[in-house]
Structures are given as structure tokens and as C-alpha cells.
Design a protein around this ligand. Structure first.
Ligand code: C5P
Length: 254
């Protein structure tokens, strides 16, 4: 659906879905279970991520993209945990790259979906207010919306060298103009489908759906992100995530 059809009032009623790519191996967290199945506060990260999407009143369907050979295991896992009844939950096998996994998730969406959130299972603690801010901006007509925060570190562009070797600096972008992007990223479904159709999988594939939409020449809008929407990537992130959950449990019967 283009902006024109939305503003012309001929659009179908909005139905928002979420696709959660969870097919990654999560090697940076160390050996063991796939990252999405690591537990936080005793609950697998993937379950936290599904609940974070389902908590939004707008999201009525969630597609979980499982490891290519792990769809049945993920279905069993979802069946073992309480999830909101209003939300339809589908599970599909993923691909070799995140880009491929998202494409397979989009292909499984029911036909009446108009807008889609793409949310990494690796960001299990995103607050519902952040999810809703993204949904609201998409429903207001933005074709692509991304939550983002200012960066606190100064960022250098380098001439990359093998890990551990000194790297020459090429440039220092002005920090005030930089943002670190999070998920869920929200899209008008037709725009994201077009981006996936037109972007060939190259090497590791695209790691950022909004970047693929930018490449179409479509403007991507940033809305304020949240520090608790951080990505659980390294072992220290697990410590931080456990602390956030413990604080939520102590303060608001989460
Ligand atoms: O590896 P990285 O942390 O960038 O992965 C981001 C998200 O993409 C994770 O939720 C991961 O499970 C997912 N992914 C996927 N299929 C792949 C690779 C990553 O769904 N082949």
C-alpha cells in the first residue's frame, strides 16, 4: 500500500503483524544453546520477545522464524508458556541469513496484514511504549519507522584489519548526527516486501531491514528508542538483562 492510497482513504483497515527472526546461532554469546533459547529470569529470550510484541494492543499476529531444523522445537516451547490469547502465533523455519529469515517470515503473513514490525529475538526487553510508538508512526502514514538512540561513544570509521590488529582511522563522523538503531522496525508491508524482492542476498545478507528500504529511495523515520531495548549479544548483556528484569519484577509486578 502506498502513502497515496492511505491518504486517499481507500486503504484497508490496518492490521499489524510482527515477524521475529530467531534463527540465528548467537555465537558471540559463547557455546551452548541458540541465543533465542537462552533464559532470562528463567524464561527463554524468545518468549520475552514474543510477549513484548503481543503486549502491544495493535499486534494481532506474530510470526516466529525458527532455526531451519527447529520449527517443531519452537512450537513446543511456545506451547509451554503463557501468551496472550488475542494474538495468533505462527512458526516458520528460517534461512541461512537474517535477511532470508525475515523474507520467509513475511511470506507466512495472513493476507489481510497491512503493517509489519520486524523485531529481533535478541532484544527481549523492549518496552511496550516503544513498540506502540513505532506502530503509531506507521499507521500515521510513514512507510518505515525505526526506534533509535543518540550514540554515547564517539564512533570512528576505520580501514578494517584482522581482529586484534591496529586499524587506521579513515574518518570521525560528527557524533551529534549519529543514532544507534533498535527494533522493532515498523513498515508498511508493501514497502518492505518490495525491499526484500529488490535486494539480493549478498554474503551475510542485510542485517537491517530499514537499510534495504532506504536503498529503494524511501525515507525512513526515526522515533525515540529505549535503553532497555538493547540487543543481547555478549555475555555482559545477559547480566544487564537479568538486572533489568529483576528491577521490573521488584517495581511493577512484571
Ligand atoms: O546475529 P544477530 O544478533 O545480528 O541476529 C539478529 C537476529 O536475526 C537474531 O534475532 C537472530 O536470531 C536472527 N537471525 C535469523 N536467521 C539467521 C541469522 C540471524 O533469524 N540466519
Amino acid at each position: 500500500m502506498s502513502d497515496e492510497t492511505r491518504t486517499a482513504g481507500t486503504a484497508r483497515p490496518a492490521r499489524t503483524a510482527a515477524v521475529i527472526p530467531a534463527a540465528g546461532r548467537g555465537v558471540r554469546l559463547g557455546a551452548g544453546v541458540p541465543k533465542a533459547l537462552r533464559t532470562l529470569g528463567g524464561t527463554p529470550m524468545l518468549i520475552h520477545a514474543v510477549r513484548a510484541m503481543a503486549r502491544s494492543r495493535a499486534v494481532s499476529v506474530v510470526v516466529v522464524v525458527a532455526p531451519p531444523d527447529g520449527a517443531d522445537g519452537v512450537r513446543n516451547l511456545l506451547a509451554e508458556h503463557a501468551l496472550p490469547e488475542k494474538t495468533e502465533i505462527l512458526v516458520v523455519p528460517g534461512g541461512e541469513t537474517r535477511q532470508e529469515s525475515v523474507r520467509l517470515g513475511l511470506a507466512a503473513l495472513p493476507g489481510d496484514v497491512t503493517d509489519v514490525l520486524v523485531h529481533d529475538a535478541a532484544r527481549p526487553l523492549v518496552p511496550v511504549d516503544t513498540v506502540e510508538a513505532v506502530v503509531d508512526a506507521v499507521r500515521a502514514g510513514a512507510p518505515a519507522v525505526v526506534p533509535a538512540l543518540p550514540v554515547t561513544d564517539t564512533v570512528k570509521e576505520v580501514e578494517p584489519r584482522p581482529a586484534g590488529q591496529p586499524e587506521p582511522v579513515v574518518a570521525t563522523p560528527e557524533r551529534a548526527r549519529l543514532r544507534a538503531v533498535q527494533t522493532p522496525q515498523g513498515f508498511d508491508l508493501e514497502t518492505l516486501l518490495r525491499a526484500h524482492e529488490e535486494t539480493a542476498v549478498d554474503g551475510e545478507g542485510a542485517t537491517d531491514d530499514a537499510g534495504m528500504v532506504e536503498a529503494l529511495g524511501v525515507t525512513v523515520l526515526l522515533v525515540p528508542g529505549h535503553e532497555e531495548a538493547f540487543k543481547v549479544t555478549r555475555p555482559l548483556d545477559l547480566v544487564l538483562a537479568e538486572a533489568v528484569l529483576a528491577r521490573r519484577r521488584a517495581t511493577d509486578a512484571y
